[in-house]
Design a protein around this ligand. Structure first.
Ligand code: EPU
Length: 298
């Protein structure tokens, strides 16, 4: 059977799928193909479909850092399914790419394994955390990662890699779209469940007080420049409340841009470029977006 038919027969391939609902902003158009990955064979098949049709591939986790253009993504989106959402919690925590980070934090705490509490403050997936070296409250994924199993779509093979091999640094790695995080192993320390759960509650409380929860956003829009905070700089220029269409700079935190009723991905993109230019012109700082824009923007 050809790869496309094999994926379709297994119920793992959809065509013209709205991507907005798969991202936290809930904006943007469709993907030409969406493949739900349950096994390494699915990854080989998805890569073959893309190759046969000359299309790009886009690995997607929980969509908390991705915004898709209204015209959509003419390519193959690959996303971990239930087969890559298993976890085992012990001295080491082993978790599939699709496991939501807050869930992993809570389950580890309940099992008396500490060290992953910071994941409660990151609304992404294990795969995304490895790729972005996600972090908050002074801890990054690289601090707890023992190794990650990375599937190389080009060679069709998977291998385990240490954080050093993945070149993890502040909000970056050497994992590009030709690689797919399958699973990660994290180090934990024994702890009292109640103590770990209380750390998680504190993180949740801090986020509620300092970030615009309950709105459509994708966390920080920009990476922090060396030694400073993008939110502080944008705020210092008086840009809170600045808007384009129905997207505006949050009044609560200037590095969060929130989408209101009727917002478009293009509005968001235009506002990001506008703020970037004002910060460059007025503060002399080049802010690099943390949000990834996919597809064609004007
Ligand atoms: N600040 C302002 N005005 C604002 C926002 C912030 O003056 O509108 C000031 C704060 O008072 C503080 C400083 O800027 O002195 C830093 O702000 P905050 O503590 O909120 O941290 P951040 O640097 O903006 C980073 C991460 C967040 C993470 C928090 C908590 C980045 C780009 N952001 O935010 O990560 O949750 O620390 O650890 O590194 C994300 O990456 O999506 C994200 C939300």
């Amino acid at each position: 059977m050809a790869p496309l038919e094999r994926l379709r027969a297994a119920g793992r391939l959809d065509q013209d799928v709205a991507l907005g609902p798969l991202t936290t902003y809930r904006l943007g158009g469709p993907a030409q193909y969406l493949v739900t990955i349950e096994s390494e064979q699915d990854l080989r098949d998805a890569w073959a479909v893309a190759g046969d049709e000359g299309l790009p591939v886009l690995p997607l986790g929980r969509g908390s850092n991705v915004v898709v253009a209204e015209s959509g993504f003419a390519g193959v989106v690959i996303q971990p399914g239930p087969g890559l959402s298993r976890r085992s919690i012990g001295d080491e925590v082993i978790a599939g790419a699709g496991v939501p980070l807050p869930l992993l934090a809570r389950e580890s705490a309940r099992a008396g394994r500490g060290g992953l509490e910071f994941f409660a403050g990151i609304p992404g997936s294990v795969g995304g955390a490895v790729r972005m070296n996600a972090g908050c409250h002074g801890t990054e994924t690289s601090d707890v990662l023992i190794s990650a199993r990375i599937f190389d779509l080009g060679s069709g093979k998977a291998a385990d890699h240490t954080p050093a091999e993945l070149d993890l640094a502040y909000r970056r790695s050497n994992i590009d779209d030709s690689k797919f995080v399958v699973e990660a192993r994290f180090a934990t320390v024994p702890c009292e469940a109640a103590e770990s759960e209380s750390k998680i509650r504190e993180i949740t409380r801090w986020r509620r007080a300092n970030q615009p929860g309950g709105t459509l956003n994708a966390g920080s829009v920009f990476k922090n420049p060396d030694g400073d905070s993008a939110g502080r700089i944008v705020d210092s220029l008086g840009l809170k409340g600045l808007s384009c269409g129905a997207v505006s700079v949050s009044e609560r935190h200037a590095n969060f841009f929130v989408a209101g009723e009727g917002a478009t991905a293009q509005d968001l993109h235009t506002l990001v470029r506008d703020v970037q230019k004002r910060v460059r012109d007025e503060a002399g700082v080049d802010l690099e977006p943390e949000i990834r824009f996919v597809g064609d923007f004007g």
